[in-house]
Design a protein around this ligand. Structure first.
Ligand SMILES: *Cc1c(COP(=O)(O)O)cnc(C)c1O
Length: 501
């Protein structure tokens, strides 16, 4: 046997005075700082309302306070925590704040954070069952719990990705793989005269992640046909059927429909049963984007929001949005995991293991090889709050939103701009006798600016049929009725000030 000549760099790390200490932070020091940091976090949660929800700074302000080069020598942890207070905190938008009503207000939670802490401590890579059996098996069990909570059928197989955008990318990749005759995995799409142009369909109100998936998968923006919606922002099935027929006549190959349960702008719910009929008839993959809205199905009386989704090929919902699991965590379910696997499984020799025949290796179901131990935080959240506890919190958010929508409707200077099926209210100021759209748009833009400039609350906006609309989203665990009342007072006061200015 040939002898390898391996130089001995250093025999003992304590023997070299230039390296008095290699290895990690000593455990005793870690213990001390960890206690201190946990106290810092608990204080932060306790005092969250003493911070304005929005920071007051200009672009570059945070960066200007940071050295441009890394430190050569290590620094004590005390310096770091002091700099978090001095540099980072003034640059924070506080998503944990109960007055955060922008976008989709999301909320981590104590149990979720503790799960994340353990997951970071283990620092495993769950690419293979063998590289961490507990991660793979807990992921399967917790996703099956969540499936039951959502009322989805037993043949839905789940996997965790980081975000809904990535979940949807995998859904569309699987839909493309299902076109087996085109051999796209092997041959690609570029430069092939034998492949028709592929088309997927979704609502004009669908999330941009669908376009991004199409860009990534070589379908192009032209490969996504946006279908018009009705007056309540739900995609029109007859318009979808007509678009598919027209495309077929013109040589396109339809392959996928993405339905929405809770669009980003207004949380409208597409008529999924009618879309499922079309997909079955036309043999198209039906993917449901329920990134935000899906969580509501955990509440028994809201389960209807997923009506028809049992007939979908795949569905995504984000526990990091409205299920109190810290960012990031997206749950993806499909009835055809074998198609997903066909699209992505590629096992090099060095990743082959003896139990491969008997276990699920989650790296086979996606682009990424390495996988975090995300299931821990979902496990903690479900067990700590219980199904009932989670449902009670979501139910309360929906109640608060309905109440806010009621105040808007009852006020002569305001109006709701979309139905409120979940916990997002779309509304605008509309004083009597104002009917110029542009003028109203400017008024509402100013109103949003003024409300957010108080830094006491944070709302966002959208445009619906060229109208500037304010969005108030409730989804934070700390949001109580008095916070929503205060937001409403602020909005009314700011409108008055703008109009008298
Ligand atoms: C938030 C959202 C997304 C994107 O979610 P990420 O997890 O940030 O990628 C997609 N679709 C809908 C309907 C959403 O609300």
């Amino acid at each position: 046997m040939r002898k390898l000549n391996i130089p001995i760099i250093m025999q003992s790390n304590t023997a070299n005075p230039a390296f008095p200490q290699l290895g990690d932070m000593p455990v005793s020091e870690f213990r001390r700082h960890a206690h201190q940091f946990v106290d810092w976090v608990a204080d932060y949660f306790e005092q969250i309302e003493q911070h304005p929800v929005l920071p007051n700074l200009n672009p570059g302000d945070v960066r200007a306070q940071l050295p441009t080069a890394p430190p050569l020598a290590g620094e004590p942890m005390e310096n770091l925590l002091a700099d978090v207070d001095r540099v980072i905190m003034p640059g924070m938008t506080h998503w944990n704040h109960p007055n955060f009503f922008a976008y989709f207000a999301i909320s981590g939670s104590g149990p979720g954070l503790l799960g994340e802490l353990l997951s970071d401590a283990f620092n495993i890579n769950g690419m293979l069952w063998k590289t961490c059996p507990a991660a793979t098996e807990l992921e399967q069990v917790t996703l099956d719990w969540l499936r039951q909570m959502l009322g989805l059928p037993q043949d839905f197989w789940g996997i965790i990705y980081d975000t809904a955008s990535i979940s949807t990318l995998h859904a569309i990749a699987a839909a493309r793989e299902q076109l087996a005759d085109l051999r796209i995995r092997a041959e690609g799409l570029a430069g092939r005269a034998d492949v028709p142009r592929l088309r997927l369909y979704t609502s004009e109100h669908a999330h941009s992640s669908i376009d991004k998936a199409a860009i990534t998968l070589g379908l192009g923006m032209a490969g996504v046909r946006k279908i018009p919606a009705d007056e309540n922002f739900r995609v029109r099935p007859e318009a979808l059927a007509a678009a598919i027929a027209e495309d077929r006549r013109h040589g396109w190959r339809p392959f996928c429909v993405v339905a929405n349960v809770g669009t980003t702008s207004t949380t409208s719910i597409d008529p999924v049963p009618a879309l499922a009929d079309i997909c079955e008839r036309e043999n198209l993959w039906l993917h449901v984007d329920a990134a935000y809205g899906g969580a509501a199905a955990v509440v028994p009386e809201m389960r209807h929001v997923l009506d028809g989704c049992n007939r979908a090929d795949s569905i995504v919902m984000n526990p990091h949005k409205w299920l109190f699991v810290p960012f990031d965590f997206s749950a993806f379910y499909t009835r055809k995991p074998e198609v997903l696997r066909r699209a992505f499984s590629l096992v090099p020799e060095y990743l082959r293991t003896a139990p491969d025949q008997h276990v699920e290796n989650l790296m086979d179901y996606g682009v990424q090889l390495g996988r975090r131990f995300r299931a821990l935080k979902l496990w903690f959240v479900i067990r700590y709050f219980g199904w009932d506890g989670i449902a009670a919190r979501i139910r309360e958010h929906i109640r608060l939103a309905q109440q806010f929508a009621g105040w808007v409707e009852a006020h002569p200077d305001f109006e709701c701009m979309a139905p409120t099926p979940f916990s997002l209210v779309c509304f605008r100021a509309h004083p009597p006798n104002w009917d110029d759209t542009e003028k109203l748009n400017r008024l509402n833009e100013k109103l949003l600016e003024a409300v957010n400039a108080t830094r006491e609350v944070f709302l966002s906006h959208t445009k619906l049929q060229d109208r500037y609309v304010l969005r108030l989203a409730i989804g934070n665990l700390r949001t109580e009725e008095h916070h929503v009342r205060r937001a409403w007072e602020l909005i009314k006061t700011q409108l008055m000030e703008i109009r008298t200015a």
